[in-house]
Design a protein around this ligand. Sequence first.
Ligand code: IVH
Length: 673
Amino acid sequence: MNPAIARQIEELRAELRRHERLYYVLDTPEITDAEYDALMRRLLELETAHPELITPDSPSRRVGGAPREGFVKQRHSTAMLSLDNALNEGELRDFDRRVRELLGGESCEYTAELKLDGLSLALRYEQGLLQLAVTRGDGQEGEDVTENARTIRSLPLRTEPRWPAFEVRGEVVMPLTAFQKLNEERAAAGQPLYANPRNSAAGSLRVLDPAITAARTLDFYAYFLLVDGRPPLESHWECLQALQELGFKVNPNRARLAQLDELFDWCRGWDERRDTLPYEIDGVVAKIDSLTQQDRLGWTARFPRWAIAYKFAARQAETVLEDIQVQVGRTGALTPVAKLRPVAVGGVTVSNATLHNEDEIARLDLAIGDTVVLERSGDVIPKVVAVRERPADRRPFAMPSHCPVCESEVIRAEGEVARRCLNTNCPARLRESILHFASRSVMDIDGLGESIVDELMARGMVKSVADLYLLTLEQLAPLELKGEKNTRKLGEKSAAKIVAEIDATRQRPLPRLISGLGIAFVGERTAVLLAEHLGSMDALMQASPERLQAIPEVGPKVAESIRRFFGEPHNLELVERLRAVGLQFAYDAPARPAAGPLTGMTFVLTGTLPTLTRDEAKAKIEAAGGKVTGSVSKKTTVVVAGEEAGSKLEKARELNIEIWDESTLLERVLTQK
Ligand code: IVH
C-alpha cells in the first residue's frame, strides 16, 4: 500500500467532510457544487483504484450501498418512549402545576423546542464513528437503517470522540420544498402521492435500497444526547449545545424559559409563524431543563414526567366539493382543480385545491357534491385528503377529451398520468409560460401580472415570450385592464416601469433564463446546476444525454426532456430570438462580494448574539466584504461571540484570534476604511 495515496485519500475526506458540514449543517458553503463534485469524483477514483482503503465513514459512502432483503431488528440501549400531549393551554397549565408540585415548589426552567413532524432516529457512535442508526419501532426495538441514514448529509458520519461511546437521538424530516418536488415528480410519473412530509420522510428512510434514500432530501435534527444511558451534563440546554459542538444540526429555534406565561407566548408565537419554517412542525416540546430535576420527576410507564408536547390544533376542515374545473398548464398538462365551498383551515380561507390528476380523483373516489376533508400542512397548498360523505345525487367527473381552452385533442401518453393539450400555440399554455417567465424567481418582471398578459394576448401583441422585448411605452400605456370591479387604463407611468423591468431582464444570470424556458422537469435548482456545469446556453443546447447525466441530480428523465425541448424547431426559434434581444447566454459564476471594511477577513460566529440572528450577522459581514465560515482555524481572523459561546471561543483564545462582541461587529461594518 502506498502511504502517499492513503494520506491523499484522508485529506480529500477531511476536505469533503468540512464542506458537507459547511453546506448541510451550517448553511455557509465556501465552494460551488461543481467544485464539491470534483473533489468527490477524485475521492471515488482513488477509492476505486484502492478498495482496501475504503472506510465506512468515508463521505463517498453517502451515495447508498447495495439493497438488502429486509431490515434487521435492533434493541434500543434505553427505551425510546413518547411524550405526553397537552392539547390546549389548560392542559399545559396542568402539566406545569403538576411539575411544580412534584418539585416541592422549587423554581424550575423549561427548554422549549419545536416539535418537528418527522420520525425519530437513534444513532450510536463509538470512538466518534457512526456505528448504528435505529428507528423508534415499538420503543423497545426498532429497525437497523444505518446504511440509509448514512446518506443524510446533515448527519455526521464521524465526530470528535468527546465520549468513547454515545448515542444521539433526533428527528428525521423532509423539508417542504423537497416534499413538494417529490410529489410533483410522483404525480407526473403516475406513482401514488405521499400524504405529508412525515410519511414521505418515513417512506424514504425505511426503504431497502439506500440509493433511494440518497436521492431524497432528508435532514436530521438532534435533540437528545445519551452517554451510558443518560444525558452526560447538568442540563438539557447544555446537551443541545454539546450536540451542536459535536457537529450535529440542532434546531436554532429554542429557548430557556422560567415562567409558564413565557412558555405560552413562545407556543403561540410559533403556532402563528409555523408557516415561515422550511419544514413542518406539529407543536412545541417543553422539557424541564435541569437534569437533576428531571431525575427527581422520573417516568411513568409511557412518558417522562419532565416533558410535554404542546400540540397545535390540526389544520383540517370539512366542506363541499361544488365543482371540478380543468386548468391547462404551461407544459399543456390538464390539472383538475377542486372548487370548494369556502372554508377556514388553519386561519386561511380556502376555496380551491388541486386534485393533481384523474388517477388521484379515482383513488379518492371523488364526485361533485361530496363532502370532503381538506388539509393544509405547512405552506403546502391545501389538498383534499378524503371523502366524508357521498350523497346519492353526486355527479361523477370525467376528464375532457379536448382542451378546455383551444379545443384541440388531448392525449394521455403511455406511462404518464397527465393528459396534455398538444397544441404548442394553445393560448392557455402561452399565458402560463409568460407568467412563469415573468415570475419573481425566474426573470422577475415586476408589474407584468395576469390582467396585462391577458390583454396583451387578446390584442395579439404577444405570441411568445420573445415578443415582450418588442413592447413599447406607446403600445402599453393605452391598454385597458379589466379588474374585478372596473376597467382602468395602464397609463404612462406603469407602462414605463414595465418597459424598464423587461429591459432589466437582459442582465439576469443564465440559470434564470434556463428555468424561464419552461423545460419540463427543469426547475430553479436544476437550472443552476446545468449552468454551473455547462457554462453557456449553447453548451446546454448541444449537450448529449450522456453529458447531461454526468451532472449531479440530472437523471435520464431530465436529460431526455432537455433533448426533446431543443429538438423542437419552434423552441430553437424562441431561443435564437432571445439571444438576438441580448439576454445572458453565458454563465458568470456569482461575483465575489464587493470590497468593504471587512474585505479579506474570515469570521466565525458562535453563541447567541444579543440582537442579531446568525443569518443577519452573516449577511452584515458579507455585505461588508467579509467571509463567514463554520469552524475556527488558523485562517480565522475574528470570532464573533455571543452568550453561551462554547468550544469555538475556547479555540479562538488558544489560537490568539481576535474576539469581538456584537457591538464591535456593528461598529466595524459601518466604518469605512
Ligand atoms: S423529545 C422521551 N424533542 O415527538 C421523549 N421529541 O411525541 C423523547 N419530536 O417520538 C422525545 N421534535 O419523534 C423530543 N424537539 C423534540 C422533538 C420530538 C419532535 C417527536 C419525537 C417523539 C415524538 C413524541
